[in-house]
Ligand binder design. Structure first.
Ligand code: SF4
Length: 338
């Protein structure tokens, strides 16, 4: 019944009615306020709680260890300092060429058009990123265009987080049109968690915009657990695939959330139900505030070895770490100490 209610609401009203108060979140889930140990409120002031009600509805009421809840509930451990856990773990400041532009890899170029996300994931490697100083304005397009024209190897633009699907279809259409005007750009990749947390975002206008572009569109969604992919979410994702839009998934391996081979196997099969192909399984980026999600290298190796032995190759995501300054993501299998 409650799910049905959210399906009746358009994505904009869902986005403007997020849960942002940790105490409200616990009330909705019938959990005691004792879950908020001292420090959690301060953690939530530093990186605000944001979670769509439709996503909360996928959580199990009364379960303080629910894998979806653990991804969003502020935790006092976020305040701890740990060696090697820093505010810019991927060295993105150095790759920030122009407002909104991150150029890390030879053929791909990343554009952040908004600092807003529908959900705040506590492990996010960009939780300290200074978006507000770094968003491209309309007049910055000419500089971006000139920059791209001097980078002939770039044939793919990636719209990334903040989450590009928090933008209106009108604004997305404007940027897609700009990118289409550059002959060198062949592929547009959109990285977004919104289709998982507010599936109504995949509305007919967006689908029409994507399927009618001259660019080859790839949507990379971000789901970490099979429980995030209920029948309604899967049907929305399948609708995109049936319009010949490539849909892939990236996940992050997180202690307490999906740190077992079975959780990852279930995730891959669930994605495949929606015809979404598993793409990357990232190990945690060492961002300040996320140490409590980290796993030891031998645990990661054990889990991934079991995943490899259990799934057909096409359902096994590539286990990778992003290392600042490297020319590509670093594959980890067989190299767990990296
Ligand atoms: S950028 Fe992605 S991972 Fe980070 S908070 Fe936003 S949705 Fe979550």
């Amino acid at each position: 019944m409650i799910n049905y209610l959210y399906q009746e609401q358009n994505w904009q009203s869902q986005l403007s009615n997020l849960i942002t108060d940790p105490q409200e979140l616990l009330n909705v889930l019938d959990l005691s306020q004792d879950q908020l140990l001292s420090g959690a409120i301060l953690a939530s002031e530093q990186f605000k709680l944001r979670v769509p009600r439709a996503f909360v509805n996928k959580m199990q009421s009364g379960n303080a260890l629910d894998p979806l809840l653990l991804q969003v509930l502020p935790h006092h451990l976020e305040l701890e300092e740990h060696t090697g856990f820093v505010t810019d773990p991927l060295g993105e400041e150095a790759a920030n060429q122009l407002p909104g532009v991150l150029h890390k890899y030879k053929s791909r170029f990343l554009l952040t058009l908004t600092g807003a996300c529908a959900i705040h994931c506590r492990y996010c490697f960009r939780r300290h990123f200074p978006y507000q100083e770094n968003l491209p304005k309309n007049e910055d397009w000419l500089n971006i265009k000139q920059y791209l024209e001097h980078q002939p190897d770039v044939n793919e633009v990636i719209l990334s987080g903040g989450d590009p699907l928090t933008l209106s279809n009108r604004k997305l259409a404007l940027w897609i049109e700009r990118l289409e005007s550059l002959e060198q750009i062949k592929i547009l990749r959109i990285h977004s968690r919104v289709p998982i947390v507010i599936p109504e975002r995949l509305d007919e206008d967006l689908i029409s915009l994507l399927k009618n572009s001259r660019l080859r569109i790839i949507l990379v969604v971000h789901s970490n657990h099979a429980q995030e992919l209920d029948a309604h979410t899967c049907s929305k994702l399948f609708r995109l695939v049936s319009e010949n839009i490539t849909v892939l998934n990236q996940a992050v391996l997180l202690k307490g959330v999906n740190d077992s081979a079975q959780a990852l196997i279930d995730l891959s099969y669930r994605l495949f139900d929606a015809r979404v192909m598993p793409y990357y399984l990232h190990v945690l980026d060492k961002v300040k505030g996320a140490h409590h999600f980290d796993l030891e290298a031998d645990q990661i190796d054990k889990i991934y070895t079991e995943v490899l032995a259990s799934l057909p190759g096409y359902l096994v995501p590539k286990l990778v770490r992003e290392i600042a300054g490297e020319k590509n993501k670093t594959p980890l299998y067989g190299n767990p100490t990296l």
